[in-house]
Design a protein around this ligand. Structure first.
Ligand code: PLP
Length: 395
């Protein structure tokens, strides 16, 4: 007997991967340049120069154990200190190496936090639209995902709805800003209200309610929009960070969990994070890339390309009649489907070789996600197809 649950998970391919695979087949049939694949969030902008320089320098100067050997389970102490120093200098916090646990990307960071917290019966709140893997990771940790719809129109957290959803069983709340798939950045005011409600409910229920902030897109913001650092707003906070997007290194699997130094029973919670990393087999994040992260922390890929793509797509698509919130960050546009069923809309888009992702798995039926971490040329080539698609619905 094998686990039915895991088998079902393995057989149900992610919708995004499914579309991406279709795109590859179609490219073989009609040529890559004729397929407009907007499915994956795979950064197309190269890493900043410091990444290559760090890799070359490390490979040329360090011994093989430093480069490729095991580090401490929670990550190399000097790497963690370098990242802690950066965080403190940037956000005015007072964390140190022992608040950090290096991981294989945000997916591992989230899985570790959820595993560290969940006991049977626990509920974890996420807001629409949300990264579909939250459900997978939460259920794998033994928790239940409770979905709270965000405000129509701007996708900020609907505070009254959130307050209603918090119960005695709520263990943690997951936020993701800048957001995948909407690109929305939560305002400081919205965050303050969220934290106020959480503190009130903590007092009412007499136990901590943790805030898990999933931030792989923290640095990917446009026009100087600021992304509040949640450690400064709420004490019981975990930061799940990844270098996948900021340094364009998604395949290298490197990120961290930060346990706030102000968290209640902080040392025990950190121990639970270490225990969860151990139980999940996530000890010792990739060694070479821990070192690269320590040297490049604070640098970002050239996000001007994403901004150009965002402006181009947003301006053109809205002029064709598409409806969406202008994203302030990340590299996604979350557009209203032109018919109620977003899956049917995506099928119709395929007739114009446009590969879009239905919003259903993000908890938002009736929307589609367009990833614009693609070449600007692809966007320009795809414009007539978007225009034809919009016209097909007006006809
Ligand atoms: N969280 C969000 C919101 C994401 O969009 C992604 C990846 O796209 C992840 C987590 C996982 O990131 P990583 O590649 O660092 O595991």
């Amino acid at each position: 007997m094998i686990s039915e649950e895991m088998m079902a998970l393995g057989k149900k391919r992610s919708v995004i991967r499914e579309i991406f695979e279709y795109g590859k087949i179609r490219a073989g049939e009609i040529g890559r340049e004729n397929v407009f694949d907007f499915s994956l969030g795979n950064p197309n902008v190269p890493p900043p120069d410091c990444v290559k320089e760090a890799i070359l320098d490390l490979v040329n100067t360090e011994d093989s154990v430093t480069l490729h050997g095991y580090t401490s389970a929670q990550g190399d102490a000097r790497v963690r200190q370098a990242i802690a120093d950066y965080i403190n200098a940037t956000y005015g916090t007072q964390v140190d190496a022992d608040n950090l646990y290096m991981t294989a990307g945000a997916a591992a960071s989230l899985s570790i936090c959820l595993k560290a917290l969940a006991v049977p019966g626990d509920e974890f709140i996420a807001f629409t639209p949300f990264f579909p893997e939250y459900r997978v990771f939460t259920e794998a940790a033994g928790g239940k995902l409770v979905v709270v719809p965000s405000r129509e129109g701007d996708f900020q957290i609907d505070i009254p709805k959130f307050a209603e959803a918090l119960t005695e069983r709520t263990k943690a709340v997951i936020v993701n800003s800048p957001n995948n798939p909407s690109g929305v950045v939560l305002s400081e005011d919205n965050i303050r209200q969220l934290c106020d409600v959480m503190r009130e409910k903590e007092a009412q229920f007499g136990h901590p309610i943790y805030l898990i902030t999933d931030e792989p897109y923290r640095e990917l913001v446009y026009e100087g929009v600021s992304v509040p650092y949640l450690l400064n707003y709420y004490d019981n906070t975990f930061v799940c960070y990844s270098f996948s997007k900021s340094l364009s290194l998604p395949g290298e699997r490197i990120g961290y969990v930060l346990v706030s130094n102000k968290m209640e029973a902080e040392r025990d919670v950190y121990a639970a994070v270490c225990g969860a990393g151990r139980a999940l087999g996530y000890v010792c994040a990739p060694s070479l890339f821990q070192q690269v992260a320590a040297r490049c922390v604070g640098q970002t890929s050239d996000i001007s390309v994403y901004k150009k793509n965002r402006d181009l797509l947003y301006n053109q698509l809205t002029s064709f009649g598409f409806d969406c919130v202008k994203p302030a960050g990340a590299f996604y546009l979350f557009v209203k489907s032109m018919e109620p069923d977003a899956n049917a809309f995506c099928e119709r888009a395929k007739q114009y070789e446009l590969l879009l992702v239905p919003g259903d798995d993000f908890g938002c039926p009736g929307y589609v996600r367009i990833s614009y971490c693609v070449s600007t040329e692809q966007i320009l080539r795809a414009m007539p197809a978007f225009e034809k698609l919009a016209k097909a619905y007006k006809a």
